[in-house]
Write a protein that binds this ligand. Structure first.
Ligand SMILES: Cc1cc2nc3c(=O)[nH]c(=O)nc-3n(C[C@H](O)[C@H](O)[C@H](O)COP(=O)(O)OP(=O)(O)OC[C@H]3O[C@@H](n4cnc5c(N)ncnc54)[C@H](O)[C@@H]3O)c2cc1C
Length: 389
């Protein structure tokens, strides 16, 4: 297959020379694992004791990985990317909140992003995180089949009502709705809730998308069972397919509590699992839609190949490729140049509240995690190309 992702001129067309230099220094910096570790500690401390570090964070990691502090800030980025055929999904990335008012605020923000999506061709989806709308421990208790106190039952009813409101709004406004996946020990409750929503709002087409983390050994079987259920009951399945972002946490907890880890035994096993489900969904597009959230070039090429084999048009609306803003532009912009449906997750929120998200990005981009060398190399290639032209 032609290696379309190697075209750095297309990948970085939106970056001025100075923006390219900035990206170069940023990726060089976060390739350094001890620096990221120490930087994370110092930054968290500085934010806790209210040192004025927000400006520094904004000028470095924040502006690279986020669209802004609020939804309106993001529109400049959204329009710019759409000029090259890359769509956006606005991702309110505030994490770790535990209060009812905060859940209601996240609900309001999610509803607003659905409105934004309704009004803009460049924003075909909305997204939310289950723990943005309810307490982690409550999901965990339900996932573990523990009984709830009367207060907790009422609390859960409010979570269900929030889910329903968001899904109903997306359905009414005909906007695809992605629901993120989190830790496995809270996911059963989310899965059940999402199936209820699919049953209600995916009757004629996929509106609600659940996320499958393919580092989990059980997810392919889960999908096959869901498929049987969907066929029997007559609803469509929307799937966001990712590898999974909480591997260390999953393995550590399994070891600590003495149960077998739910995570695949190797990276290769996860890759195989991911690609097998890509194949499965492409085989069943009559009842399924796919949002392939990945920075893995092999998986992206594999999906292209599957589409070619099945003679599926590049812009078939049942298939989307997704990457995170600030990462893997070589995949996003080259796919868009070839007419594929591509979306960037554009995170936004107050600087200190998106820190957990930024830390995850910095950590997965260290040289240890391996992603950066690819980003850095491509930026180097493009710098050289520009100097020679
Ligand atoms: C648009 C988008 C949306 C996303 N949404 C979510 C979400 O809702 N929930 C979520 O959890 N993550 C989400 N992610 C993050 C995603 O799960 C991955 O962490 C990230 O994309 C890196 O995986 P990759 O497919 O890009 O490929 P790669 O960089 O090739 O794969 C890295 C991944 O492989 C797996 N892996 C690495 N080493 C091993 C090992 N030794 N054994 C087993 N598996 C291993 C891990 O999952 C690791 O993250 C999203 C990513 C994108 C691009």
């Amino acid at each position: 297959m032609e290696k379309i992702f190697n075209n750095t001129a297309i990948a970085f067309a939106l970056k001025s020379d100075s923006e390219l230099e900035k990206a170069y220094f940023l990726f060089k910096m976060i390739a350094n694992e001890p620096l990221v570790r120490i930087g994370t500690m110092v930054t968290n401390f500085a934010l806790t004791v209210h040192l004025p570090v927000e400006g520094l964070i904004r000028a470095t990691v924040f502006d690279h990985f986020c669209g802004g502090v609020n939804e309106n800030d993001c529109l400049a980025v959204v329009d710019k990317m759409f000029s090259k055929g890359v769509s956006s999904v606005l991702d309110y990335s505030v994490e770790g909140k535990e209060e009812e008012e905060q859940f209601d605020a996240a609900l309001k923000m999610t509803l607003k992003t659905i409105d934004f999506a309704k009004e803009r061709h460049a924003i075909p989806f909305a997204v939310f995180k289950p723990t943005g709308l309810g307490r982690f421990e409550l999901y965990e208790k339900i996932s573990d089949h523990q009984s709830l106190t009367p207060e907790e039952k009422e609390e859960w009813d409010r979570v269900v009502a929030r889910f329903d409101l968001v899904c109903h709004e997306a359905y009414q406004k005909d906007v695809g709705l992605l629901i993120d996946a989190e830790e496995s020990w809270m996911q059963n409750a989310t899965d059940e809730l999402i199936v209820q929503m699919m049953r209600k709002y995916n009757k004629t087409k996929p509106i609600v998308y659940n996320t499958l983390q393919m580092y989990r050994k059980d997810r392919f079987d889960y999908l096959k069972n869901l498929h049987l259920q969907a066929k029997k009951e007559g609803f469509f399945i929307g799937i966001k397919l990712v590898r999974g972002a909480y591997m260390e946490k999953e393995n550590e907890r399994a070891e600590e509590k003495g149960y077998p880890t739910p995570i695949c035994s190797s990276k290769e096993a996860t890759d195989l699992n991911y690609n097998s489900v890509l194949h499965y969904i492409i085989e069943h597009l009559d009842t399924m839609a796919l949002f392939a959230g990945t920075h893995n070039e092999e998986s992206a090429y594999y999906l292209i190949e599957l589409m070619h084999q099945k003679r599926i048009k590049e812009n078939d609306k049942r298939i989307w490729f997704g990457q995170l803003y600030g990462m893997s532009d070589h995949i996003s912009f080259n796919l868009a140049a070839y007419g594929y449906n591509v979306i960037k997750y554009v995170p936004f929120g107050p600087v200190k509240d998106v820190m957990p998200y930024l830390i995850r990005r910095a950590e997965e981009n260290t040289s240890v995690a391996g992603q950066t060398s690819r980003e850095l190399n491509l930026i180097k290639v493009e710098r050289k190309r520009r100097k020679e032209n």
